[in-house]
Design a protein around this ligand. Sequence first.
Ligand SMILES: Nc1ncnc2c1ncn2[C@@H]1O[C@H](COP(=O)(O)OP(=O)(O)OP(=O)(O)O)[C@@H](O)[C@H]1O
Ligand SMILES: [Mg+2]
Length: 285
Amino acid sequence: MTPTTGRDDAVVQAVGLVKRFGSIRALDGLTLGVQRGEKYGLLGPNGSGKTTLIRSIVGLVAPDEGEVRVLGEKVPSPLTSSRIGYMTQSAALYEDLTVRENLFFFARLFGTPGQTADRVEEVLRLVHLTDRSGTPVRALSGGLRQRASLAAALIHEPELLLLDEPTVGVDPELRLVLWDHFDRLNALGKTIIVSTHVMEEAERCGRIALLRAGRLLAEGSPLELKQGAGAASMEAAYLHYASQADGGDGGRRSSMTDEGRRSSRTDGARRSSRTPPKGGAADEG
Ligand SMILES: Nc1ncnc2c1ncn2[C@@H]1O[C@H](COP(=O)(O)OP(=O)(O)OP(=O)(O)O)[C@@H](O)[C@H]1O
Ligand SMILES: [Mg+2]
């Protein structure tokens, strides 16, 4: 497989990443590249390495092998942290502070362009939390916490946004609002890397990496991936590439049907991509 690395406009270049936790290879020779302005999805079942990859990009996980470069800097780098927004899978906010206090805290930590107070109000409106802004985080429901975490990740207007399952626990209406917002940020030139279990969310990305067991099964636009697999749905495409990687045993190990990924409609927006799908994990890592 030819890695999508080495281009001038690469925002993330991960090459040959291996991360072991005891006997588990959370990342198993993963190579991928994300270009400036992309909306890039990471799709894979529980334990496929999405969070580990994101944390390697942020610099919170040190790979055992391989390297990551972000915005031209080898990770970890103090030069990039203020340019990255990271929304963790579990909310990383101060429980005893109110939503607004948390946002002020992160604004001061990372710095905001323009007036901090204005920016705080702006992100509160963005995630529909203005009327709950005085509530301590510990008193928020799961979905409201997700919104507050997203607000914190956006506060300093980062040019690279890493969103680890940003819509888990969020109701369908807000889910659409959030994705519309991701689209707007993306249209403004922000690069977005988003992990998800939800097929129609993945289909809103320009390109998707299909992951399993720390490996890249295939990469491409949603349409390319489906066409390359001869599949009508992204779920069927995933199973095709997984089966291919297994040497055609039907991809039993690759079910995307457990918790969190029952939603497999494929009527989401389709985007074209600059690169063709790249199938076959056999040559990856
Ligand atoms: N800190 C850790 N210590 C031990 N094992 C870990 C650690 N972090 C991740 N793992 C293991 O590495 C593998 C990949 O985990 P990771 O969290 O990256 O997967 P994921 O794709 O994000 O899964 P999910 O969809 O459940 O969030 C799993 O087997 C997980 O148990
Ligand atoms: Mg995860």
